[in-house]
Write a protein of this length. Sequence first.
Length: 558
Amino acid sequence: MKGPLKIKIEGARQEALEVARNRLMVGVFLFGAAFALLALRTLDLGLFQPVTEPRRSVTSLKALVPVRADIVDRNGVVLATNLETQSLYADPKDILEPQEAAKILVQILPELSDAEIYEKLNSGRRFVWIKRHLTPKQMWQVNALGLPGLKFQREEKRIYPNGSLAAHSLGYVDVDGKGIAGIEHFFNDRLNDPLSATQPLMLSIDVRVQHALTDELLHSIKKFSAKGAAGVVMDVRTGEVLALASLPDFNPNRPSSASGNKAFNRATKGVYELGSIFKTFTIAQALDANVVSLSDGYDATDPIRISKFTIRDDHPKKRFLKIPEIYAYSSNIGAAKMAMDIGPESQKNFMASLGFLRPATVELTEVGYPLFPERWGDISTMTISYGHGLAISPLQAASGIGAMVNGGNLFPATMMAQSPDSLPIGKRIISEGTSDKVRQLMRLAVRLGTGRNADAPGYRVGGKTGTAEKAMAGGYNEKSLISSFAGVFPMDNPRYVILVSIDEPKGLKETFNYATAGWVAAPVVRNVVTRIAPLMGVSPEMEERSEFLQAAYQIDPE
């Protein structure tokens, strides 16, 4: 084919190729633009847009995932922190076979039941929680199922790395991270405050001291088949609580374990008649008010009979006892007569000044109300002098003892670490001179009196035993004892008070079947002192006998 016809055909073919080429370029351009738009949208969703779940607002989801501040001990050791976890929820509208899905899920989450899961998946709602805080393995297994309608939400779970250690101080949180007990409850708003979330809450607790105290109490409970125990270690110069134990305890990582007797804080909420520890307060008040001097005394030959009551000594000497002897040998008769010279009103006012007639002001909501007589008459005055008729918490007793030995100032107990630059100012209770005499008497009671088993060589321990029968309807149960010991060390420069109480211990052959404080509680204090003194920078030293036993002249050592 030649001539004009060939040229015409070639021109048509060229024109068709140009049209096709142009259409192809337009298609490529449109495809590229669409791809770029999708890529930009993907980046926007992945990097800049918040994740939302069906029928749930971003605000409500954030409320379920609070950022909670850590809790640390005085040395920065973590006591409570957060662990990122994934929680499983479902959109029941997207679940095709709810009954079958429930059967599969319960194999991965055996703590749930078929019926429980099925009810949620068949609810017709758009959002239901299936299980909060899954383990990584559980999350992987659920994800591997590939079931539509099942999704995950990032949350934070509160964990306690030390398990049950200091459980009653720390408390615990619920599944939504809200404080339920202890420090977690008392400082809930502070811990959940976004402005403070990065700043840990520092407690006065020292985990080393806490472990030593808890361990020795556990050993005593086991040895003497006791129902429980409580203990406090406190800095007498500031009121800081270095350790607070209540046994039996619970594991805050498993809030369900905080039930019944285990949840009860014996150290702060429990109030008890602590027995002859109160003689420390009686003698301190009498000395400070110049009612007696260390050279004075009382006749303890015969029991005191008043109304239908008889007051007698557990370790009777049946003779006149000087003040140091009344304390060292724990004479109820001598203390009762001394209290009558003080007078009911003055005694009540002194107990009030120590904070014994109101709950402790510590940073815990679990505090008990002291029990004291409505009518503070002569009989109450006598019995309170040796620790019957007024019930307080071990924490309150520790604060009171601290005031007796630190120079006479009461520092309210605190769970918060104090700054060396802003130490608290105490409330004057007794004079420094009276405090010096009390320290002499407490050292005497350990060296020569009922507290011998608390003596830790080199650490100059002083203290007072306290054995009280538990109150019951119509009187006291002679077979149910609260055996307590208040110890202080070192007595030449007091730094720490240790108060322990053992609930209903049973006597042993090696204790001659006695379950009194000198046999049960005093050794706990000795062992705690021996364990924590090196940690706290207290070095063992030889003691000058004359310095602390000068109050014991003419005493009859036994």
